[in-house]
Design a protein around this ligand. Structure first.
Ligand SMILES: Cc1cc2nc3c(=O)[nH]c(=O)nc-3n(C[C@H](O)[C@H](O)[C@H](O)COP(=O)(O)OP(=O)(O)OC[C@H]3O[C@@H](n4cnc5c(N)ncnc54)[C@H](O)[C@@H]3O)c2cc1C
Length: 497
């Protein structure tokens, strides 16, 4: 039981939101049923404000309570593989902002959307479907948020999503409302209370993967829609990862390819519902731009693939992609074009259930480790060797991995672990995640995004500078949130010292 008496505050929240928007009972069961098989913390309540005014009033009640009530804000709470909506520590009120789902403004001249936290990638992508802009979407469900994913440094088919954030409106622990982001003054956000930043340090990155504020609105940049696009698929044997590296380095250097190419290993193609693979890796590489450039670019890429050898099953996919039946390939090509509408069928074929049931229903569980790895053959083979070695040692857990190419020199290596939630699989998967972290750290590769309790694991493997990093964060946290009332434990190495 929590040591403090929160009953009066919870009653006030219930009056504010209406009892159906505050859940206090049966939370143990709800929390236990999470896709990642995480051990559930003790949760005070889940609160689902209907609009911005109720959110602000709810935050005020939590902040003014003595002692302050800790809150754990989520946008749509579908951080699957990383703990879903679960807080990192006990006795939080989880604030679910799903219903704050207004696209406040679309500026189709500048290519900007001003959104609330509950706006989903499916919703925003559909709202701009017939315009000259598109959204950088991920492979996750259409119902996933734009904002929560970007704040957690998610990865879309056109690169890291935090780079799409132009301005944020944040509420600090003391209730101050602040607008951050160098471009914020351009956005016409001139509410009485908010401070408009001008010259000086850009505070926006401080609120990504941090626990320093509740983000209440965001300005997101949209991408100019190319005249034409195509996706080139090809496969290579595991030992010939060098062929993929050479082709993609050439494509990036010569500006023939764009976006963040995805390279799936055989196991991930099966796990994500793709056709039974014949070869080890399948790469999806995008070409986009002016019509004639794309036609020429695709031909050049095809020629390069013949030249480097070892690439097989080369296929060019053109919109509207109607002939693609493989659920994984269908989702990937549509998502590259800014349309996440096919992701849900990929998830259905992968997990055998609706995205809305991923946490609740029993069945297969999923954990992920996300690492930055140099984009060269030696590093990719080394990452592969670590994963294969551990996979052969750990029974009951299915390992798979994907390389998302973020730049000429960096790859996001996603290691996925599938297990049966009804067995001891979750325990084994958690232990395997620790082993992966250890072996990747020994190779010099560190996670860039962790599950809700993963910061301790990540810091264990960091070098000696980690304690100075933790100390600086501790001071920033103390300055902004001395009683640790916001997302306690989230990406907070300072809590470990
Ligand atoms: C099959 C499959 C494919 C996937 N593919 C991808 C992929 O391609 N790329 C990718 O990045 N992920 C992927 N995921 C993982 C995950 O589902 C997505 O990242 C998803 O977008 C995260 O959930 P969300 O949008 O609901 O964010 P949330 O869970 O709402 O937010 C994430 C975290 O950010 C913080 N946060 C959220 N909103 C706020 C706020 N307003 N203020 C303060 N803090 C906040 C919270 O700590 C929260 O826990 C995939 C998952 C599955 C199952």
């Amino acid at each position: 039981m929590p040591q403090n008496d929160y009953s009066a505050a919870l009653a006030a929240i219930s009056r504010l939101l209406g009892p159906q928007r505050l859940r206090i009972n049966n939370l143990v069961e709800r929390a236990k049923n999470n896709l990642s098989g995480m051990l559930a913390p003790r949760i005070l309540a889940t609160a689902r404000p209907a609009d911005r005014a109720s959110l602000m009033a709810l935050l005020r009640i939590c902040r003014e309570h003595q002692p302050a009530i800790a809150i754990w804000p989520v946008s749509t709470g579908q951080n699957w593989g990383l703990g879903s909506w679960l807080p990192a520590s006990d006795d939080c009120v989880v604030v679910e902002m799903n219903d704050l789902d207004r696209i406040i403004e679309l500026d189709l001249e500048q290519g900007l959307a001003l959104i609330e936290p509950g706006v989903t990638q499916g919703q925003l992508a559909a709202a701009i479907a017939d315009t000259s802009f598109f959204l950088n979407v991920t492979a996750s469900a259409a119902s996933c948020s734009v904002l929560g994913n970007a704040l957690d440094r998610g990865v879309g088919f056109h690169g890291q999503r935090h780079r799409d954030l132009l301005a944020l409106e944040v509420v600090l622990a003391d209730g101050s409302e602040l607008l951050v982001g160098g471009q914020a003054p351009l956005l016409g956000l001139r509410d009485g209370a908010t401070l408009i930043p001008s010259a000086g340090p850009d505070l926006l990155p401080l609120f990504m993967q941090s626990n320093l504020a509740v983000v209440t609105r965001a300005a997101v940049s949209l991408r100019p829609r190319p005249e034409r696009l195509a996706m080139v698929r090809f496969t290579v044997e595991a030992s010939r990862l060098d062929a993929i590296v050479r082709v993609l380095h050439w494509g990036i250097d010569q500006q023939v390819i764009c976006g963040a190419p995805r390279i799936y290993d055989a196991s991930s193609r099966t796990v994500y519902g793709g056709a039974q693979p014949q070869t080890a890796y399948e790469a999806f590489v995008g070409v986009a731009g002016a019509e004639k450039c794309v036609e020429v670019g695709v031909k050049l890429l095809e020629a390069k693939l013949t030249e480097v050898e070892h690439a097989s099953s080369v296929e060019i996919c053109w919109p509207p992609f109607d002939d693609i039946v493989d659920p994984l390939a269908r989702a990937v090509v549509h998502a590259f074009a800014g349309d996440p509408s096919q992701n849900d069928s990929m998830i259905r074929s992968s997990f055998g259930r609706e995205p809305s049931q991923l946490d609740q229903a029993s069945g297969s569980g999923w954990l992920t480790g996300l690492y930055l790895v140099p984009f060269n053959t030696k590093a990719l083979l080394q990452a592969r060797a670590i994963i294969s070695r551990l996979a052969s040692k750990v029974g009951c857990v299915q390992f798979h991995h994907t390389f998302n190419v973020l730049s000429r020199n960096t790859v996001d290596c996603v290691v996925g672990l599938r297990f049966d939630r009804s067995t001891a699989g979750a325990n084994l998967a958690r232990q395997a995640l620790d082993r992966i972290a250890e072996e990747f750290a020994d190779a010099g590769y560190h996670p860039y995004r962790v599950d809700n309790v993963g910061i301790a694991r990540a810091m264990r493997h960091r070098d000696k500078n980690a304690s100075s990093f933790g100390e600086v964060l501790r001071r920033v946290k103390y300055a902004l949130d001395p009683v640790r009332s916001l997302s306690p434990g989230r990406y907070d190495p300072s809590s470990l010292y």
